[in-house]
Design a protein around this ligand. Structure first.
Ligand code: UD1
Ligand code: UDP
Length: 398
């Protein structure tokens, strides 16, 4: 391989949704390398070790065909300071050894921020996938991670128009807001004279994963049979946000609401390890609860099938809100605010807040009416467009 013409990218990932976002990018690179013999991309994966249980980690690599990480920093769990600090320290070393043209970070976890900070201080260009989201709630660790990551990134890959607007308010001057990129060559043209940092509305990479995954999931998943449930006759719920799990009263209210909701239809609840641990610590009853069925975290393919066939979805997950919207399943978001406001405006997502009455009423009695909406998350080709942008901008610097 001619090294002169090889562009090196490192993806820093560590948490479940980041593996899911990484999968289509790996496919896009593979496609690119197959058709461009004179401009190869060498991609490596640095795994911070933030998520490590099989069902939070390896299951996604296996299912989505993601190669083994080149480096695992094995940081594991800890307080924010310890976890983020250790990740930065260890990521720095891994980056110095490879000195890539780009590092890519995904979403808003501690792994995202640590990767971005370690790289930018080594003058490595940072691309932030899922940039520009804001809840305007600074008590969320994710909000701090997003803001800081955006402000040290060279390319800010926004999933939605609203994300672009948020960044415009923060003073980013170079904005490429094309929305849905239908013409495959146009992105290169649009960015040809740009300077860094550049904000690009490129669509949501999780839509790429969904399109790629659903076809296989339909063939492979037997989760409905395994759980003995019928399409459209169960609720699906996930909870893991610190604001919901770390407050005993709030978590108990959520569980009580699930019990009440599940009178008519069962409520399937794959439990995040954070939530499981806290339910146990707080001694909140979590078995024998009417028709609430607690599961260990499930695979992506099983999750897609459970989402697609659910009567309604209750969640505080960012990814699950989007998937519910994309599959047109009514969603009740158990929070006071959301970064994905387009899904609320579309009439397919309700922000219930966290009182028992509001959760139960929103779930049982609310009417969902879908507004005619353009494709707010792009066209499912985000990862391929990202590859073009990274190649085109690789020689720029701040
Ligand atoms: C993290 C992200 C959150 C993201 C979520 C996706 C931060 C600050 N939060 O939250 O934005 O939505 O991932 O799922 O980065 N644990 C295990 N096994 C594991 C991983 C975690 O048991 O494989 C337990 C540990 O007790 C740990 C707790 O879960 O302390 C929380 O894990 P952590 O990675 O700190 O945050 P998440 O809640 O997973
Ligand atoms: N997911 C999964 N198994 C589960 C729960 C979620 O595969 O048991 C998937 C879900 O379909 C979505 C992603 O994980 O693609 C969302 O991740 P998570 O809720 O952990 O984090 P967030 O999106 O809130 O950051």
């Amino acid at each position: 391989m001619n090294l002169e013409k090889t562009m090196r990218i490192i993806s820093v990932v560590g948490a479940r949704p980041q593996f899911i976002k990484l999968a289509p990018f790996i496919s896009a690179i593979k496609k690119h390398n197959e058709s461009h013999s004179n401009q190869k991309i060498e991609h490596s994966i640095v795994h911070t070790g933030q998520h490590y249980d099989y069902e939070m980690n390896k299951i996604f690599f296996d299912e989505l065909g993601i190669p083994e990480p080149d480096v695992n920093l094995e940081v594991g769990s800890g307080t924010h300071g310890i976890q983020t600090g250790e990740m930065m320290k260890r990521a720095e070393q891994a980056l110095i050894e490879k000195m890539p043209n780009w590092i890519l970070v995904y979403g808003d976890t501690n792994s995202t921020l640590a990767g971005a900070l370690a790289a930018v201080k080594l003058h490595i260009l940072v691309g932030h996938v899922e940039s520009g989201l804001r809840s305007y709630n600074r008590k969320m660790p994710e909000e701090i991670n997003r803001i800081l990551t955006d402000h040290c990134s060279a390319v800010l890959f926004c999933p939605t128009e609203n994300a672009v607007k948020n960044l415009m308010k923060e003073g980013f001057p170079n904005i490429i807001n094309k929305g849905i990129l239908s013409d495959s060559s146009s992105i290169e043209l649009l960015i040809s004279d740009t300077e860094l940092p550049v904000v690009i509305n490129i669509g949501d990479i999780m839509y790429d994963t969904l399109l790629m995954g659903m076809e296989i999931a339909e063939k492979k998943s037997t989760i409905l049979e395994k759980l003995d449930i019928k399409p459209n006759e169960y609720y699906l719920a996930t909870i893991h946000r610190a604001e919901n799990t770390d407050n005993k009263d709030r978590l108990r209210t959520i569980i009580d609401s699930f019990v009440e909701i599940s009178e008519k239809y069962p409520l399937i609840f794959p439990v995040h390890p954070r939530t499981r641990k806290i339910l146990e610590e707080y001694n909140i009853p979590h078995s024998g609860l009417n028709q609430v069925l607690l599961l260990d975290p499930i695979s992506y393919f099983d999750m897609l099938i459970l989402e697609k066939n659910a009567y309604k979805i209750l969640t505080d997950s960012g990814g699950v809100q989007k998937e519910a919207y994309l599959m047109k399943i009514p969603c009740i978001t158990l929070r006071d605010e959301t970064e994905w406001i387009e899904t609320v405006e579309s009439g397919f997502n309700i922000l219930s807040g966290i009182t028992k009455e509001a959760i139960v009423t929103s779930t049982l009695s609310s009417q969902f009416s879908q507004q005619a909406k353009k494709a707010i998350f792009g066209n499912g080709q985000t990862s391929q467009e990202m590859v073009k942008v990274l190649i085109k901008l690789k020689d720029l610097s701040f």
